[in-house]
Design a protein around this ligand. Structure first.
Ligand SMILES: *Cc1c(COP(=O)(O)O)cnc(C)c1O
Length: 378
């Protein structure tokens, strides 16, 4: 169904079509075209310290990251529970076990306290975790300072799943650049898109070299096809990279628009009881990919689902927050540490329309419908 107001719709107002035309007339649509290099160089210039591998999805970027960290059969990897399944699935691909950790109430991301408790508990069981997957959910930075201190204290490397947080920052440095490896997604509804796509970033040159090799079917540099290892077909294609370069040129504009949409929702919904927003921690800046709210039914008189259905009837797309992975049937045998924070976020939350081209009138219309819901129950 085509929504009058979609949740998060891509906006192509730059050179995307021009670059795609260029690729079409060059004939190089596959993984050997010029735009792949341009995409990597352009992203590298933004990140400064970090090199980039352009890949075909965020999921494959995360899988490759874990392979590069040597994760394998029987290993344990700590993973934020409050996230999309793609954060944990690559752990399963490798025959390793995710250990899910609950969130904190301000950023909604992994709780540093519970993270440390979990590490100590696993160590006491004789199973020191091999990596920590931190997610910057809906673009909101996790508490990277505290998390990196724990990472260093116990010598466990961090992978940042910044799939939703392209352009977000902590202490001035982009999300994805704080851990050993960072990953991005450029899937269709993320803040910028290449159709389907992802990237792996790291400041370790040798790791990037090996990542590129493994992502290109582990092909040796010889005139014939020679393979010493099993690789993956994970590189971004040139057509996607052309769209991606056009979108990267627009990233700063998209971030400032989505941040404005967020502050506008906060202003418009100010004073309505029982509605709360995800909060930036000190020195962090979200790209506000999606603006999400919590609805406390005892104070509003209506639930998140009631509001979802009402808005749907009016052509407005919203979405529940991610159902925590420890509550997913497919992960029911996986250990979980924490309480009910992420569960409550799931039960109360709703993502509001946040497309970069959402207008003031559309936001006022959405808030007017929310206001009517209040009037119905009062
Ligand atoms: C989108 C997303 C991914 C996966 O990215 P794809 O490009 O869709 O494979 C991973 N983690 C999170 C948190 C995501 O939102």
């Amino acid at each position: 169904m085509a929504y009058q107001i979609p949740l998060s719709f891509p906006v192509f107002e730059g050179n995307e079509s021009l670059y795609v035309q260029e690729v079409m007339s060059s004939g190089h649509l596959a993984t050997n075209g010029a735009f792949i290099n341009k995409f990597e160089t352009k992203l590298n210039r933004r990140l400064k310290t970090h090199q980039v591998i352009a890949l075909n999805s965020g999921t494959s970027a995360l899988h490759l990251a874990l392979v590069l960290m040597g994760i394998g059969q029987g290993d344990e990897v700590i993973c934020q529970s409050f996230t999309f399944c793609a954060s944990a699935n690559p752990v399963m691909y490798l025959g390793a076990t995710p250990i899910f950790v609950d969130s904190e109430t301000d950023t909604w991301n992994i709780s540093p306290e519970i993270l440390e408790d979990t590490i100590l508990s696993r160590i006491s069981l004789g199973k020191k975790p091999k990596a920590i997957i931190v997610v910057h959910l809906f673009g909101m930075p996790a508490k990277m300072k505290e998390i990196m201190e724990i990472s260093e204290k116990y010598g466990i490397p961090v992978v940042e799943d910044a799939a939703e947080a392209v352009g977000s920052r902590v202490n001035g440095a982009f999300c994805g650049t704080h851990g050993k490896i960072g990953i991005y997604s450029f899937n269709g509804n993320k803040i910028i898109t290449s159709g389907g796509g992802g990237a792996l970033i790291s400041k370790e040159g040798a790791l990037i070299e090996r990542g590129k090799y493994l992502a290109s079917q582990a092909r040796e540099d010889l005139p014939y096809y020679q393979h010493l290892e099993i690789g993956y077909n994970y590189r971004m294609n040139n057509l996607a990279a052309a769209v991606g370069v056009g979108q990267l040129e627009q990233l700063d504009v998209m971030v400032s628009k989505r941040r404005k949409i967020n502050s506008n929702y906060k202003a418009l919904l100010d004073g309505y009881p029982g509605i709360k927003f995800q909060e930036e921690s000190e020195n962090s800046e979200s790209n506000y990919w999606l603006t999400a709210i919590l609805i406390d039914e005892r104070k509003t008189g209506f639930s998140n689902d009631k509001l979802r259905v009402l808005l749907l009837k009016n052509g407005i797309e919203t979405r529940f927050l991610w159902k925590p992975l420890h509550m997913q049937p497919v992960f029911k045998r996986i250990p979980f540490y924490g309480g009910r924070v992420s569960e409550n976020l799931f039960l109360q939350g709703l993502c509001l329309p946040s497309s970069s081209n959402l207008t003031q009138e559309q936001q006022e219309y959405i808030v007017k419908l929310i206001e009517e819901e209040y009037k119905k129950v009062s």
